[in-house]
Ligand binder design. Structure first.
Ligand code: HEC
Ligand code: HEC
Ligand code: HEC
Ligand code: HEC
Length: 184
């Protein structure tokens, strides 16, 4: 029994760490995109991207971080991120007439913004978020809407998908959950 429990726990742990290895941050699963060029962002060790089963050439602005552009036609598409020992797949829809379960995607920030506006490598070579949201957003408005000084909530990515999303304010957690990240 104990071995079984241990095996299950180990299985869960390795599933969790495999989940940490690769992710597609844009577009989110279930997005509806207008036609035209789309911008894809993802991370995974030695990973490749496949759009509808075809390898999608990608830039690697930082090690194991990928940025690709594509112009998929109208209809439903699958985007896969594949790395050794793992795989993530999301679906998105281009144009009008998406089935239930899809929602309109809003890009953030504007298309032309370079990844390096917000990202850099740490001294140890780790890909990280370096801040600078206030190059475009107003701190005074931030303090009003968040009720905290910017430095307390400096990990914007705890609550927002800064690459765009299908929900208001690009939130990835709801308000109640957001407070529980630090307060009980
Ligand atoms: C407006 C600022 C901003 C821009 C521009 C931006 N990002 Fe991000 N990105 C973030 C934030 C904030 C996070 C969350 C940081 C965290 O979780 O540590 C993040 C997280 C990520 C992650 C997940 C990292 C991880 O380890 O979980 C990837 C991959 C990523 N960004 C790729 C990109 C790529 C590629 C581009 C350019 C196409 C880009 N980002 C542009 C703000 C930005
Ligand atoms: C290069 C400029 C730029 C940077 C840098 C930037 N943003 Fe934005 N952001 C915008 C623009 C433009 C909008 C759209 C405003 C609008 O729709 O009125 C926006 C909208 C948003 C919204 C949605 C507000 C709404 O009205 O729905 C959130 C949330 C947001 N940004 C968070 C962030 C976070 C978090 C960062 C840093 C990780 C960041 N932004 C960095 C330009 C930027
Ligand atoms: C603990 C969760 C959390 C963190 C961390 C967080 N936000 Fe927010 N943010 C929210 C919530 C919740 C809203 C919606 C506020 C509302 O409903 O009035 C929001 C709204 C916004 C908006 C739209 C309203 C406005 O103020 O213009 C912007 C822009 C924004 N956040 C930027 C940021 C930036 C930049 C950071 C990092 C410096 C950040 N957020 C960190 C939870 C968070
Ligand atoms: C990233 C961690 C973090 C998150 C998320 C967070 N807080 Fe806080 N909060 C703090 C810290 C640190 C302080 C104390 C420093 C300060 O007052 O700015 C604080 C102070 C407060 C205070 C003042 C309490 C006092 O004793 O004076 C209130 C009220 C509060 N938070 C409410 C909220 C609410 C509501 C949310 C969700 C919308 C939230 N916090 C999300 C970290 C957080």
């Amino acid at each position: 029994m104990r071995t079984l429990v241990a095996a299950v726990v180990l299985g869960l742990l390795s599933a969790a760490s495999a989940g940490e290895e690769g992710k597609i941050v844009r577009p989110p699963d279930g997005s509806i995109l207008p036609g035209g060029e789309i911008s894809i962002a993802a991370r995974g060790p030695g990973a490749r991207l496949e759009l509808d089963g075809q390898v999608l050439p990608a830039h690697e602005p930082f090690p194991n971080v990928f940025h690709a552009k594509a112009t998929p036609g109208p209809g439903e598409h699958s985007l896969a991120l594949i790395w050794e020992g793992g795989r993530r797949e999301i679906r998105f829809f281009v144009g009008e007439g998406a089935p239930d379960g899809f929602a309109a995607f809003r890009l953030h920030p504007p298309f032309a913004i370079d990844c390096r506006t917000c990202h850099a490598l740490s001294r140890r070579g780790r890909f990280r978020f370096k801040g600078d949201c206030f190059a475009c957003h107003d701190r005074t408005i931030f303090v009003e809407s968040h009720q905290h000084a910017p430095h307390v909530l400096r990990d914007c990515g705890q609550c927002h998908n800064a690459h765009g999303s299908t929900v208001a304010d690009h939130l990835i957690v709801d308000r109640e959950q957001a407070c529980k990240l630090c307060h009980n």
